[in-house]
Ligand binder design. Structure first.
Ligand SMILES: Nc1ncnc2c1ncn2[C@@H]1O[C@H](COP(=O)(O)OP(=O)(O)OP(=O)(O)O)[C@@H](O)[C@H]1O
Length: 911
């Protein structure tokens, strides 16, 4: 779906909105509600269905593949209609949300019986209770347990030099997380990508600002404009204090005006979408953008951190390093990977946690893992409960989660815990034990999904409920006894007492046996006729009616007791939200640390040394994704390589490694692996290397892989140059820059000149640690003038005219790219390969400055080569030679000679 504010009715004419007076009362109500939610599909509740009308029906039937019908006429036109059953609504919502629609869910707010009391024509009261949008869903089935579900609000104020102009606020309603951060127009895109929201809301002025349009277009997310008043920083304080029920924001920390504006917009969006319900949100936490590694949009995409360029999770860095076992852990890992840190102290604290599990005694990690595996998603259950959308399973999730938190705390009870785990232990210790005990006492072991089904309160918890349940169970026996007594009394052995929703309990006999219940006046007085069917007659008795009303009352009363108990428990849970959240986050931290320790152990990763130096010294580094992929394919093992970009002597200037080597030699892999090692180290993970010493990187830039951006009118070369410009303009002396084949998208001389000047700029101006891969071997001459530039090359072996890739990085420069050999491996027609080789030989003999016209003179025409010089296709010659062999006639010596001859034919040099 396109970015920009998406109306759900993008290309559709608005539904005809006739004067309500002309409509039936129900249609008038529908049109009123629809008018207030014109940007969403309206799910209009009618009994057990959500119905959609007019254009909504047409859109939904197309999007969901459901039948479009008609329901009456309106202004002389048929009313289009389609519907989805309430019990299956989640599935349909999921499909619509995935397609970028917003859905307004309109519920019946009273019992139809109530409405009838106001007159036969009166309409059931209805209103929208919730707006479902991509970034505000809470249903378990609609959410991926391992992915955060943020919506983001952008705040902007006029600003002065001292206060930033823009800020971001992002909320995950499904977990209650609420964060704030400063931003700036030039880093807006990369900051938003770091957060990875599903949806964005902005004030109308931001929405219509042409300078920001490219950002929204690139993101391709739904962007909803809201009135500017909702982003007003002056009234933001009021909105926040009202939401949190506090008098002042003093306890929240200090926020600048842009942050307040963003927070206000975010809360306004919560209110808009959740209508009357309020999720329990944590207090807004400030997220220091300066404390995270800046990764620009192109780098983020090219390094395939969370998804590959084709959008799949398989093949991404995240997938390769994720060993978490809980939803919360998986979400935290993804967030950490998205936002590596720049503060080396915090990085080392995280690394300490990983080390702790690596060196912990044998039993601890195994026991802890078993414990964590069973841990339910407490945060998401808590959120549903706070929005009144929870069920008994959510209460059970909190109960089970708290029990696991307790077990985890006991397992972690050690003398020497590293700081992060010590904090986690403290949070687990303050988990609300009373709530756990209450839930444990009240809830049955197995509970139903819906609270209206009842049966979730444990037997023995509530005396009256137990009595009512006994009555219900007893009634079954009473009915069975009644049935046999009636059968005996009437002599109809097949008489049954049955139940349906229309008649309730009734006695049923076949039509042939009906006389026994109707023949005498006495029988007629006793068995009251209810219904005659073709083959059966149905009756009731005062006794049976009495029993039925007692059973119905007992069931109603039992359910209302269960509802009260549910409400009480829900309130207890919501009261304890803060400490529950602390415990859930602690479990996520432990899960991430344990997962990274398992990864380090199984994959042989090492703990990086991270400090504030300018070093970048990796020995035996590997690419985390390629290494695992090669192993899966049972291919040759990954070849580890060193990389040292550390400054030399007392210099502060990082080194530039100029990497040459053949196509397919492993240059891109080497470049990317070092960028990924920096990301892993700074998120607090062990790294795929023998050893690594990294001075924190503040900005990571990579230009690897080429793509065009035709939608924005940029060719492949243009994109390459825009990205290179961004790097040269922004990289500082703490940055890490990875550049792959700059200048390849244009003519050789233009490309070489651009690459040449780029290297000089990186060396003289940016002075950052740099890996620069190129096929322009002329650049290696720069090592003579640029002191921090070193030539390295991917080693290859030539063997009988073919090239063997060793994937080893060594000092020195390549003198050729072996492009023709690689082309041959790729299956180019043999005649083309031969011709290319001839052209290349000629070029190399004459020097590169040879004019093309001269080449044409010197090289025989292709057709000539094909006709006269091209050898017989090798396979034919070989086949012929083998055909001619008569093994039985050969002496051993002749056989040996024949073998040599075959080899020569194979090499193309027949004797
Ligand atoms: N260190 C390594 N050990 C084992 N295999 C490797 C290694 N590095 C790369 N490879 C394999 O070689 C293939 C080619 O690597 P890569 O794309 O990095 O080469 P390249 O030099 O960048 O090629 P080109 O110049 O054509 O873009 C990879 O797909 C991978 O399977």
């Amino acid at each position: 779906m396109p970015a920009a504010a998406k109306s759900t009715l993008p290309e559709e004419p608005p539904p005809s909105s006739p004067a309500p007076a002309a409509a039936t009362p129900m249609m008038a109500q529908y049109l009123d509600i629809k008018a207030a939610h014109s940007d969403a599909l309206l799910f209009y509740r009618m009994g057990d269905f959500y119905e959609l009308f007019f254009a909504d029906a047409e859109i939904a039937s197309r999007a969901l593949g459901i039948t479009l019908t008609k329901r009456g006429r309106h202004l002389n036109e048929d009313i289009a209609m389609c519907g989805v059953p309430v019990h299956a609504a989640d599935d349909y919502l999921q499909k619509l949300i995935a397609k970028g629609f917003r859905v307004a869910v309109c519920e019946q707010l009273e019992d139809p019986a109530e409405a009838k009391k106001r007159g036969s024509k009166s309409v059931v009261r209805r209103d929208v209770t919730r707006l479902v949008t991509p970034g505000t869903i809470t249903e378990e089935r609609l959410l991926d347990p391992s992915e955060t579900s943020y919506f983001l609000s952008i705040g902007r104020t006029k600003g002065t030099a001292a206060t930033p102009e823009m800020a971001l606020a992002w909320i995950d309603i499904s977990t209650g997380q609420f964060r704030l951060s400063e931003t700036a127009p030039d880093r807006l895109l990369s900051d938003i990508l770091r957060i990875a929201p599903r949806e964005i809301t902005v004030s109308e002025s931001v929405f219509h600002d042409p300078a920001l349009r490219p950002v929204f277009d690139t993101l391709g997310l739904a962007v909803t404009p809201l009135p500017p008043s909702l982003f007003d920083s002056a009234s933001a304080q009021d909105r926040l204090t009202r939401f949190y029920g506090v008098n002042t924001l003093d306890g929240f920390g200090r926020f600048n005006r842009a942050e307040l504006s963003a927070a206000s917009g975010a809360l306004a969006y919560v209110e808009r979408t959740q209508i009357s319900e309020r999720p329990v949100l944590q207090r807004p936490q400030r997220d220091d953008a300066a404390g995270t590694l800046f990764i620009d949009a192109a780098t983020r995409a090219n390094l395939e951190i969370e998804r590959t360029l084709s959008g799949s999770r398989e093949g991404s860095l995240l997938k390769a390093v994720d060993r978490t076992v809980t939803g919360g852990g998986a979400r935290l890992l993804a967030e950490r990977l998205r936002s590596p840190l720049t503060d080396y102290c915090t990085i080392n604290e995280r690394l300490d946690s990983v080390s702790f599990f690596l060196i912990a005694d044998d039993a601890l990690p195994g026991q802890m893992r078993e414990c964590l595996k069973r841990c339910p998603d407490m945060l998401r259950a808590l959120s549903r409960l706070s929005l009144n959308r929870g069920g008994p399973r959510d209460l059970a999730a909190i109960r089970d989660g708290l029990q696991i938190a307790n077990a985890v705390r006991e397992l972690l009870h050690r003398e020497e815990l590293p700081k992060e785990l010590l904090e986690a232990h403290e949070f687990l210790s303050s988990a609300p034990g009373v709530v756990m005990r209450d839930l444990d006492a009240a809830l049955a072991d197995e509970v139903p999904f819906l609270k209206r089904d009842g049966g979730f309160v444990r037997a023995g918890y509530h005396e009256e409920l137990d009595e009512l349940r006994a009555l219900r169970d007893e009634s079954r026996k009473v009915i069975a006894a009644l049935q046999s007594s009636y059968a005996e009394e009437t002599g109809v052995r097949s008489l049954k007492i049955k139940y349906n929703n229309v008649l309730g309990y009734f006695i049923e006999v076949t039509a042939l046996n009906a006389d026994a219940l109707t023949a005498t006046d006495e029988a007629k007085g006793r068995f009251i006729h209810r219904q005659t069917l073709a083959s059966a007659m149905r009756f009731t008795t005062t006794e049976l009616a009495d029993l039925e009303s007692r059973i119905a009352n007992a069931a109603d009363r039992a359910l209302s007791i269960e509802m009260e108990i549910f409400d009480g428990l829900q309130a207890r849970v919501i009261e304890a939200a803060e400490s529950l959240r602390g415990a859930a986050n602690a479990i996520a931290v432990i899960d991430v640390s344990m997962g990274l320790a398992r990864l380090a152990e199984s994959e042989g990763y090492c703990r990086p040394k991270v400090d504030d130096s300018r070093n970048f010294a990796v020995t035996a580094g590997r690419h985390p994704v390629v290494e695992q992929a090669l192993r899966k394919q049972a291919a040759n093992p990954f070849v580890a390589n060193d990389c040292d970009l550390s400054p030399e002597g007392n210099s502060e200037q990082g080194a530039i490694w100029l990497l040459t080597g053949p196509n397919m030699g492993g240059k891109s892999t080497f470049l990317r692996q070092n960028a990924l090692i920096a990301i892993l180290a700074q998120m607090g993970a062990f790294v795929p290397a023998g050893s690594a010493h990294l001075g924190v990187v503040d900005r990571l830039f990579s230009r690897v892989g080429a793509s065009d951006d035709l939608a924005r009118g940029r060719s492949t070369f243009m994109v390459e140059m825009v990205e290179t410009a961004a790097i040269l303009n922004q990289a500082g002396d703490r940055s890490l820059v990875i550049l792959d084949e700059i200048g390849r998208g244009t003519s050789t001389f233009d490309g070489l000149s651009i690459a040449w000047a780029t290297v000089e700029h990186l060396h003289g101006e940016n002075r950052c640690r740099t890996l620069f891969a190129t096929h322009f071997h002329e650049l290696t001459a720069l090592s003579e003038t640029l002191s921090s530039l070193h030539n390295v090359t991917m080693r290859v072996k030539e063997w009988e005219g073919d090239v063997i890739f060793l994937h080893e990085v060594g000092r020195g420069a390549a003198d050729r790219s072996y492009g023709v050999q690689v082309a041959k491996l790729a299956g180019l027609p043999e005649s083309v390969v031969l011709r290319a080789r001839a052209v290349l030989d000629q070029l190399e003999a004459q020097g590169r400055d040879t004019k093309a016209s001269k080449l044409i003179d010197d090289l025989p025409l292709f057709s000539a080569v094909a006709r006269h010089d091209a050898p017989q296709p090798k396979s034919n010659a070989l086949e012929q030679a083998v055909e001619n062999l008569a093994p039985d006639d050969l002496s051993p010596r002749e056989a040996l000679e024949a073998l040599y001859r075959l080899k020569d034919i194979h090499r193309g040099k027949p004797r």
